[in-house]
Design a protein around this ligand. Structure first.
Ligand code: ATP
Length: 268
């Protein structure tokens, strides 16, 4: 057994081969009944990479997230997080993932800090560690002074940032965000995007950001184009454009998907 597949409880003591991406998805398929919604999906995300999972409504993004977070069991193909196979070492793999789901999951009647404490407790963090990290994350998102206020008093953008802070409390290597800007105005979208890009740069976090909004992919980001359950392209935005013979990602997306069906549902 390779050293990175061990079950040692101390996650910081487990070395990872340099070549191993933080998230490695290989040959992943999933069906509901006889309907295949993910078909032989493969891609990888290295440390420090902001990768956009770009697809129309119904492309399979949420199903993919449900497999990566083990809400659904993987039956065909494999998912490795930081070298840990999701089927063989789910505890180690899941401990390295932070998630912001499509639907908000903060308790609006608890304070900001109480929400963070609850999450930290679920991850087995010591109370003193939770207080320290919560203070650090809240300072980072400029919400220290709102720590003792109920979540329902925050704006949509502030709540999203608290959800991201909560997802980072246990110091994951991989952050998954499923359509995190739904319901936010243009300025708040930009702020949330900037914030997560900063996290990639400063902490070496690998990010998978699911969206149907093409303009949420920036130059220098990675992109995985998912269409009707299949990966049509994967790589840095520029490389995907060049390979598709397109000047913009919007054009590339149109070219890649036009033979496969309608583009309804995406916006530039
Ligand atoms: N529990 C389920 N049972 C049956 N079909 C499902 C189930 N969940 C999703 N599907 C189907 O799987 C396909 C992919 O759905 P999924 O929610 O993963 O797509 P998505 O890219 O996340 O879409 P959206 O952007 O609308 O959230 C869709 O055709 C959907 O109807």
């Amino acid at each position: 057994m390779a050293c990175f597949e061990t079950d040692l409880p101390d996650r910081h003591a487990v070395p990872r081969p340099a070549a191993e991406p933080v998230l490695a998805v290989e040959g992943l398929s999933h069906s509901f009944g006889n309907r295949t919604v993910l078909d032989d999906v493969s891609f990888g995300i290295p440390a420090g990479r902001f990768a956009v999972l770009l697809g129309l409504n119904g492309a399979g993004k949420t199903t993919l997230f449900s497999l990566i977070t083990r809400i659904y069991n993987t039956r065909r193909g494999s998912i490795r997080v930081f070298g840990f196979d999701m089927r063989q070492h789910p505890t180690q793999a899941l401990a390295r993932i932070g998630v912001v789901f499509q639907q908000p999951t903060l308790d609006p009647d608890l304070t900001v800090l109480q929400n963070l404490r609850y999450h930290g407790g679920l991850h087995g963090l010591a109370p003193a560690v939770i207080e320290e990290r919560a203070a650090e994350e809240l300072a980072r998102i400029g919400l220290s002074e709102r720590a003792d206020e109920r979540v329902r008093t925050l704006s949509g953008g502030q709540r999203r940032r608290v959800e991201i802070a909560r997802a980072l409390l246990h110091q994951p290597s991989l952050l998954l965000l499923d359509e995190p800007t739904v319901g936010l105005d243009i300025e708040l979208r930009r702020q949330v995007l900037d914030h997560v890009h900063d996290l990639c740069r400063e902490r070496g976090l690998a990010v998978l950001w699911a969206t149907h909004l093409i303009d949420e992919a920036r130059q220098g980001d990675g992109v995985v184009v998912l269409h009707r359950g299949r990966v049509l392209a994967e790589g840095l935005v520029d490389a995907v454009c060049v390979a598709a013979g397109a000047a913009t990602l919007g054009q590339a997306f149109a070219r890649l998907t036009e033979a496969k069906g309608t583009q309804k549902g995406t916006r530039e």
